[in-house]
Design a protein around this ligand. Sequence first.
Ligand SMILES: Cc1ncc(COP(=O)(O)O)c(C=O)c1O
Length: 427
Amino acid sequence: MPVTAAPAAASHDVRATPYGPDFDALRRQDPEIADVMLGEVRRQADGLQLIAAENFASPAVLAALGSPLANKYAEGYPGARHHGGCEFVDAAERIAVDRAKALFGAEHANVQPHSGSSAVLAAYAALLRPGDTVLAMGLAFGGHLTHGSPANFSGRWFDFVPYGVDAGTGLIDYDQVRTLARTHRPKAIVCGSISYPRHIDYALFREIADEVGAYLIADAAHPMGLIAGGAAPSPVPYADVVCATTHKVLRGPRGGLILCGAELAERIDRAVFPFTQGGAQMHTIAAKAVAFGEAATPAFSAYAHQVVDHARVLAAGLAAEGFALTTGGTDTHLITADPSPLGIDGRLARLRLAAAGVVLDTCALPYGDGRGIRLGTAAVTTQGMGPAEMAKVATLFTAALSEDPAEAARVRADVRDLAGRFPPYGR
Ligand SMILES: Cc1ncc(COP(=O)(O)O)c(C=O)c1O
């Protein structure tokens, strides 16, 4: 992997590091917060974490996050900072950028966005003016808040036109996208979703964008880890700008990432800093570098393919149990399903599942007024579960929906037993 050399002192034996996260110090000084933290650590290990956007970051990623790089102010970019003393954090950012470019085959990477939303904000800031028309997936169909929600800057500052999915198949209606693009002549088209379980046809989106002279922004927050591992198609060859998060399937720290071609590099960088953000979070950037390094390994590629295999097994199991799967299945880590054939709405299903220790989200359903459930297999795959466990999880779902308290208690015990066999951070 081509990485820029770090300053000499950074190559010290890491075992001799003078400071690392010290949980005993936290417990001594602030038992109240230590208790909260340990409670959360236990909660994560004590149930099934099926929130599609979550994962278990590695101890190395967590160590970088808990490091004194958090102390360092570093406005600007490597070699051009507004603060002194940046030689080591400059090295961290250069390594993160080089690794991201190599991992995704991109000409330019900006690793500073604090979150996925900040990445999208910066992409809009780089390419659009307030009032411009943008075509994006409607929120009822799986668009993110940054894709035109009136409660978000995007809906307030831009004129969003929503596209949807086919009522019968649940698949993106590309004919509708093309018709809307021809009618509204958007300045940008956004492809990406919080819940679409299928691969996106980036080449077709590119063709439609070119036909109407629009920028193509791929918001690949969800599939970016699959893309890194070669388990999903990449938008990089097609989109003008790719936005992503680093914390979902990609399994890095909470944060954002932007990739683009060389011609947009300066506009993107300026849109992140100084336009939409201040000082970069250097501990997070170091942790992103660690995560990109992990994602470049064969082990990560195997994990990414397993995530998809597991989602397929779980989806098939849920369908067999009576859930109505959106699009009939999945190509990714994501499953969205309507539990109404089982006589229950997504909201109540989530509550009952949570009581059994199965943690997931509800989601909008493209058609009808009920809510569905949305789940993903990244975290359970990271903790080492396999296809047999996914098949078991599907049966636990229906049992967890039971109104009978004795059955609910039995399912909670089964979930605890299953999770206990796969501790996310070892025993
Ligand atoms: C498609 C998409 N875009 C943007 C985001 C925003 O990411 P963040 O919560 O880090 O701001 C998400 C998060 O779920 C997402 O799924």
